[in-house]
Design a protein around this ligand. Structure first.
Ligand code: 13P
Length: 341
């Protein structure tokens, strides 16, 4: 596929302040989400829940791409339309999670390496026939006690670049997702330092493996203190630290940066996204690729009952709209309250 076609796909996903719905929870992760609302995780319940999200009327005004899990891309809506087709018909680009998870990194206690390269070329070819036009691979890095180690940063960058090169060969836009985790007690400065080291190594590897940056999207953490930090930064500090780190290290040829929510509440994720979009001098669109921060209210409203589908869709649509406003730097607590979930 010509380079400009990958670039067009990437740009279309984040056009007009749109972002991405990360609905690619593995069977294990969606099981945890369903546990939290007391719903048994059967294949049919998982399908019914994804059906609810993808048939929400008007969500395509705010969401340009949806990341699916292997099981989901093979499932269909209530009327039998395969989910990939349903999304494409709405102008939403279907994507696919292709890593097989973060596993313990040998010789590096507390650190992980993301797996999934074996057979990836063949899997990508099949996902392309199922309609996927972008993919996701997530590497995770914990902070503290000497972590992330150079070793962890280096092997994950190498794997991300190998994945990205294979995606481009298959005509699929790779989302490269290096996630500095926020589950420890590190400071904003520690987050900035770890994020910078991860990005430097990542872009070195992407260059070394001849990945065309114009046909990629970056999905990073925001530069944000860990959950346990005593000094929780304001949205303005988070925004300034985030944009200054990325401005220095992410080439302007990258067509978009789509943040993960990473454990922020729905409101924090929206407020911080809005704040980063109010900082001057941003060479790329800064948008969202949220999982929990787009779904928490919808999941709670649904609670596994067909009677609650409409309320859950309203909650999802509301969060999608709020985040698209934030991607344009036009969100406020007034608009948040003016449109009840
Ligand atoms: P969260 O927004 O819940 O962090 O999920 C995004 C994602 O896709 C993580 O890989």
């Amino acid at each position: 596929m010509a380079a400009h076609e990958l670039n067009e796909i990437a740009r279309s996903i984040v056009a007009d302040d749109k972002g991405i719905l990360a609905a690619d929870e593995s069977t294990g992760t969606i099981g945890k989400r369903f546990d939290s609302i007391g719903v048994e995780s059967t294949e049919e319940q998982r399908r019914a829940y994804r059906n609810l999200l993808f048939t929400t009327e008007g969500f395509e005004d705010f969401i340009g791409g949806v990341i699916l899990f292997d099981e989901t891309i093979r499932q269909a809506s209530d009327d039998g339309t395969p989910f990939g087709e349903l999304l494409a018909a709405k102008g939403v680009v279907p994507g696919i999670k292709v890593d097989t998870g973060a596993k313990a990194l040998a010789g590096a206690p507390g650190e992980t390496i993301t797996e999934g390269l074996d057979g990836l070329r063949e899997r990508l070819a099949e996902y392309h026939t199922l309609g996927a036009r972008f993919a996701k691979w997530r590497a995770t890095y914990s902070v503290g006690d000497g972590r992330p180690s150079d070793y962890c940063v280096s092997v994950n960058a190498h794997a991300l670049a190998r994945y990205a090169a294979l995606c481009q060969e298959a005509g699929i836009v790779p989302i490269v997702e290096p996630e500095v985790l926020m589950d420890t007690g590190h400071s904003l400065e520690d987050s900035a330092a770890a994020t910078a080291r991860v990005l430097v190594r990542l872009y070195e590897e992407l260059a070394a493996q001849q990945v065309d940056l114009t046909g990629t999207l970056l999905k990073p953490n925001m530069v944000i203190p860990g959950k346990g930090a005593s000094d929780q930064a304001s949205p303005q500090r988070i925004a300034e630290a985030t944009v200054s780190c990325f401005r220095e290290l992410v080439p302007a040829s990258v067509p978009g940066i789509v943040f993960l929510s990473g454990g922020q509440s729905e409101l924090e994720a929206t407020e911080n996204l809005d704040a980063v979009n109010r900082v001057d001098d941003r060479p790329w669109p800064l948008s969202f690729s949220y999982g929990r921060a787009l779904q928490a209210s919808a999941l709670a409203a649904w609670a596994g009952s067909p009677d609650n589908v409409e309320a859950a869709q309203q909650a999802f649509l509301h969060r999608a709209r709020m985040n698209a406003l934030a991607a344009g730097g036009g969100w406020s607590s007034d608009v948040e309250e003016a449109v009840p979930a």
